[in-house]
Design a protein around this ligand. Structure first.
Ligand code: SAM
Length: 468
C-alpha cells in the first residue's frame, strides 16, 4: 500500500459479507476492504490501517447505518475482549456464515467436486459452553479511553483475558458468558481475596509478582479443576491462596497449583502440586469415562464434541472388522469412542503425555483393541510403521489448525485406505489438503459443526472415499 493510503478514511462503505477469519468485506474503487467488528449490512466510515495492491484492511470509525441482522451483544466486555466477536450477529446468521465459510474455502482452495454441504450442526448452548478458561493476573489493567481521559486514579490490578494483540494488557473480567458452573465466582472471589490481602499481581514485563494465571476446567459431570500459577515461590502466600479456595469452594474436586518463574505461561514442563482433591477430573460420553489431567487436552465444548465425534463415527461407517488409524489422536478420545465398532484402532499423536492419557483412557474403560504411539506424524507414519501394523481400512484424521504436513498427505495417498474421515478446525487448510487428496479421493459428505458460538470458528467433517 502506498503510504498515502494509510490512515485514509473511506466514507459510507457498505459491508457486504463475511469473509474468512471473521472479518467482513466491502468494496472501494474495485478493491476489497476487510473490516473487523462490523456486520454485513452496516454502512461505515473506515480508516485504512493496512493494504496491498489488491486489498485493504481498516477499522470502522463511524457507523451511518446498522445492519438489520444486528442484535444487542449480551456481554458488557463485548468489543474490548477478543473472546466472542460475533455476539452482535444473531445465531442463525452466525451458522449461515460459518457454513458459507466452508463452501467458500472449498471452492476457492480445494477446487474438487463437492456434494451439497449439509446444514451446520448448531450448538444447543450458545453461552456457557466452554469447559476450560484461562485467566491472567496482571498489574497492567486495560483502561478504556474514557477512563484514561477522566484522569481518575484506577487500581491497575486485573484478572481476566489478554486484549487482542496486546500481550501485556489484561481486561478485568466481571462476568464471562463462556463458562458455567462456579467459574465466575471462583475468578471474582480470588481477585477480591488477593486485593484484600495485598498479594501482588504479575508484571509480565518485569516478570515479577505472586499471582500469575488461573485455569478453571469444568465437566458435564459437575467436577471442577482449578489450577493457580504462581510467579514466585512464596510458600506462605501460596498456602493462603490455596486454603482460601479450598475453604470457599468445597465443590472444587481437583485443586492444584504450579510455580512458574519461566518467561511464558505454559506449564507442560513443570511439576504441578495437587493441593486438595484428585489430580484429574473425568468427563463422560456414552458411558465412557475420559480422565483429564491438568496437562491434558480435551475438546473445549464437551456437548458439541460428542456431536462431532458422532458425525466422525457415522462417516467412518464401521462394521466391526476394520483397522482404524486415528491420526492426531490427542488423548485418544476419538480412538476410544469408535473402538467398540472396530477390530483395532491405532492412535498417533506427538505429545507423549497425551498418549499416556489415551492409554489410560482405554484401560479405565476396559478397551483392549487400541494401540497408541507418540511421535511427529510426518516421521512416525512411515513405511516401517505401515509394515509393522495392519493397513488401515479407515483413517480418521483431526490435525491442528495448520492442517496436515504434505509428507503426511502423500503417505495417505500411498496407503489408499478405502475411507478417510477428515475432521478439521480450519476449513482453509482442510481445503488445501483435499486438493492434494483429490488425486485419489472423492469427497462424499461434508458436515460443518459449530463448536464455538459467538465466534467465527467452524469445525468441519469430510468423508472421502477412494476413487474406483
Ligand atoms: C485438533 S487436536 C485433535 C485432538 C483429538 N482428536 C480430540 O478430539 O481430542 C490436534 C492434535 O494434533 C496434535 N499434533 C499437532 N501437530 C502434530 C504433529 N506434527 N504430529 C503429531 N501430532 C500432532 C496436537 O498435539 C493435538 O493433540
Amino acid at each position: 500500500m502506498s503510504r498515502k493510503m494509510k490512515n485514509k478514511v473511506i466514507t459510507n462503505l457498505l459491508i457486504e459479507r463475511i469473509a474468512s477469519e471473521g472479518k467482513c468485506v466491502g468494496h472501494h474503487e474495485g478493491k476489497v476492504v476487510f473490516v473487523s467488528n462490523v456486520a454485513p449490512g452496516d454502512v461505515v466510515d473506515v480508516r485504512i490501517t493496512k493494504g496491498k495492491s489488491s486489498f485493504m484492511e481498516g477499522e470502522a470509525i463511524r457507523f451511518h447505518e446498522f445492519s438489520k441482522d444486528r442484535i444487542e451483544p449480551f456481554c458488557s466486555h463485548f468489543g474490548t475482549c477478543g473472546g466472542c466477536k460475533w455476539q452482535h450477529i444473531n445465531y442463525d446468521l452466525q451458522k449461515t456464515y460459518k457454513r458459507q465459510q466452508v463452501l467458500d474455502q472449498f471452492q476457492r482452495i480445494a477446487k474438487v467436486p463437492i456434494p451439497e454441504v449439509a446444514p451446520i450442526l448448531g450448538s444447543e448452548k450458545t453461552q456457557y459452553y466452554r469447559n476450560k478458561l484461562d485467566f491472567t493476573f496482571s498489574n497492567k489493567k486495560w483502561l478504556t479511553l474514557d477512563q484514561i481521559r477522566s484522569e481518575e486514579e484506577f487500581d491497575r490490578n486485573a484478572l481476566g483475558f489478554h486484549i487482542p494483540k496486546m500481550f501485556d494488557k489484561i481486561i478485568d473480567i466481571e462476568h464471562c458468558y463462556l463458562q458455567g458452573g462456579i467459574s465466575n465466582e471462583v475468578r471474582n472471589s480470588l481477585r477480591e481475596f488477593a486485593l484484600e490481602n495485598k498479594l501482588s499481581f504479575y508484571d509480565i514485563r518485569e516478570q515479577v509478582g505472586l499471582l500469575r494465571n488461573l485455569i478453571i476446567r469444568t465437566t458435564s459431570t459437575n467436577q471442577t479443576m482449578v489450577i493457580v500459577q504462581f510467579g514466585e515461590n512464596d510458600q506462605e502466600s501460596i498456602k493462603l491462596v490455596m486454603e482460601f479456595l479450598r475453604r470457599q469452594f468445597p465443590s472444587i474436586t481437583s485443586l492444584l497449583y504450579v510455580i512458574n518463574t519461566k518467561g511464558n505461561e505454559t506449564f507442560h514442563d513443570l511439576e504441578l502440586v495437587t493441593f486438595s482433591g484428585l489430580p484429574y477430573i473425568e468427563e463422560e460420553m456414552e458411558g465412557l469415562k475420559f480422565r483429564i489431567g491438568p496437562k491434558s487436552f480435551y475438546q473445549t465444548n464437551s456437548e458439541q464434541a460428542y456431536e462431532l465425534y458422532k458425525v466422525a463415527r457415522d462417516f467412518a461407517q464401521l462394521k466391526g472388522d476394520e483397522v482404524v488409524y486415528d491420526l492426531y489422536t490427542g488423548t485418544g478420545t476419538i480412538a476410544n469412542f469408535v473402538a467398540k465398532q472396530a477390530k483395532q484402532v491405532i492412535g498417533v499423536e506427538y505429545v507423549e503425555a497425551a498418549i499416556e492419557d489415551a492409554k489410560l483412557n482405554s484401560q479405565i474403560n476396559g478397551i483392549e483393541n487400541t494401540l497408541f504411539y507418540a511421535g511427529d506424524m510426518k516421521d512416525i507414519l512411515n513405511e516401517e510403521f505401515i509394515s509393522t501394523h495392519a493397513k488401515p481400512d479407515v483413517i480418521i484424521t483431526d490435525p491442528p489448525r495448520a492442517g496436515m504436513d504434505e509428507k503426511v498427505v502423500q503417505m495417505l495417498l500411498r496407503l489408499e485406505a478405502p475411507t478417510i474421515v477428515y475432521v478439521s478446525c480450519n476449513p482453509a487448510t482442510q481445503a488445501r489438503d483435499l486438493a492434494l487428496l483429490g488425486e485419489k479421493y472423492q469427497v462424499e459428505k461434508v458436515q460443518p459443526v459449530d463448536m464455538f458460538p459467538q465466534t467465527y470458528h467452524v469445525e468441519n467433517v469430510v468423508r472421502l472415499t477412494l476413487k474406483s
